[in-house]
Design a protein around this ligand. Structure first.
Ligand code: F6P
Length: 361
């Protein structure tokens, strides 16, 4: 086996708190433990198509980044090198730049690449592995929807921000006797909404995995009012599926991330005639300093990924299983997404303490 002397780091997709701790861990452990060189690739896989920004990383390059949000490498959530879409002469064209990326990695002297990213980025990593690149993956997403790992880094920080926001809205909702909705991220899975809803004591939690009815949401709000609770807090996952029609049979307009909670609020206002306010948390929950949990998990993932490279175990993604660092093949990692099971213990716990998912009318 040819020894691995130089590692490249690519991070792809949206940023997530904990990316910098992962990068720091790879750089430090590669240098300290394995005597390897590390090259940082800028702006996701774009940096392998246009490699001019690639730079050797040293202890100095990662100094002070442990508590920093974002990623010092920059990132993008567009652009798959295998089918890169751009506009030429006003027309959309698609190029396969994957061979160019392989060639550029070789020119940079990179023997193996750590790819840090969510499912989209890991799909690209898997395709590069199949094409012959030495790849190890690190799972990243605030959505926590990769089944192969107990948890992804970034989720805990997002959850802390979302929970604090629910707490803050709670006091205003109570003071003003309002219904307040907070829309949190979670494009396909409702983990942030479910966890922040439980941690923040939300009264209604709406997630993509549990179809809701407006009547059930209104019934829950009215039932609270009958008990003298004149306010309600609703946590909405941005990916929640809207009913096709409102209770009067009027079509509910299509909505998605950024406006789904407002769309729900519009119908609730018509049904309840109450003061309703909406907060869309957005990218606030993805930015800022990672929590200690995400710094530690990021560090463990980074070290584990570097160790896999040193052992030349390629085509694998590091993961956390029963609290231990393990790894799975990239194929296995991409087999299944992790969604909320409506009959799970955690959903039962939320219901048992009085939360509703809007599914019981
Ligand atoms: O997948 C992570 C995520 O934060 C989703 O929860 C969210 O829908 C999406 O990224 C937002 O992406 P963008 O930064 O492109 O708006």
């Amino acid at each position: 086996m040819k020894p691995i002397r130089t590692i490249g780091i690519v991070n792809g997709g949206g940023d997530a708190p904990g990316l910098n701790p992962v990068i720091r861990a790879i750089v430090r452990s590669a240098i300290y433990e394995h005597g390897m060189r590390v090259i940082g690739i800028r702006n996701g896989f774009d940096g392998l198509i246009w490699p001019e920004g690639a730079k050797e990383m040293t202890e100095d390059s990662v100094s002070g980044i442990l508590p920093r949000g974002g990623t010092i490498l920059g990132t993008t959530n567009r652009g798959n090198p295998f089918a890169y879409v751009s506009t030429e002469d006003g027309k959309e064209v698609t190029h396969d730049y994957s061979s160019l990326c392989m060639e550029n990695a070789r020119r940079l002297g990179i023997d193996a690449v750590v790819v840090i990213g969510g499912d989209g980025t890991q799909h690209i990593a898997r395709d590069f592995f199949r094409k012959g690149m030495n790849i190890v993956g690190v799972p990243k997403t605030i959505d926590n929807d990769l089944d192969a790992t107990e948890v992804t880094f970034g989720f805990d920080t997002a959850l802390v921000v979302a929970t604090e926001s629910v707490d803050r809205l709670h006091t205003t909702a109570e003071s003003h006797h309002r219904v307040m909705l907070i829309e949190v991220m979670g494009r396909d899975a409702g983990w942030i909404a479910l966890h922040a809803g439980i941690a923040g004591g939300a009264h209604i939690i709406l997630v993509p995995e549990i179809p809701f009815k407006f009547e059930a949401v209104c019934d829950a709000i009215r039932a609270r009012e009958l008990r003298g609770k004149r306010f309600s807090l609703i946590v909405v996952a941005e990916g929640v599926k809207l009913p096709a029609t409102d209770p009067k049979g009027k079509p509910v307009p299509a909505a998605g991330p950024g406006n789904v909670a407002n769309t729900i609020a519009f119908t609730l206002r018509e049904m309840l005639h109450k003061e309703i306010r909406v907060t869309v948390l957005g990218h606030v929950q993805r930015g800022g300093s990672p929590t200690p949990f995400d710094r530690i998990l990021g560090t463990r993932f980074g070290v584990a990924a570097t160790d896999l490279i040193a052992k030349q175990q390629f085509g694998r993604m590091v993961c956390l299983k029963a609290g231990k660092m393990e790894s799975v093949s990239l194929d296995e990692a991409l087999e299944k997404m992790k969604y909320i099971d409506p009959s799970s213990e955690i959903v039962h716990a939320a219901r048992a303490v009085g939360a509703t998912f809007g599914d019981s009318a």
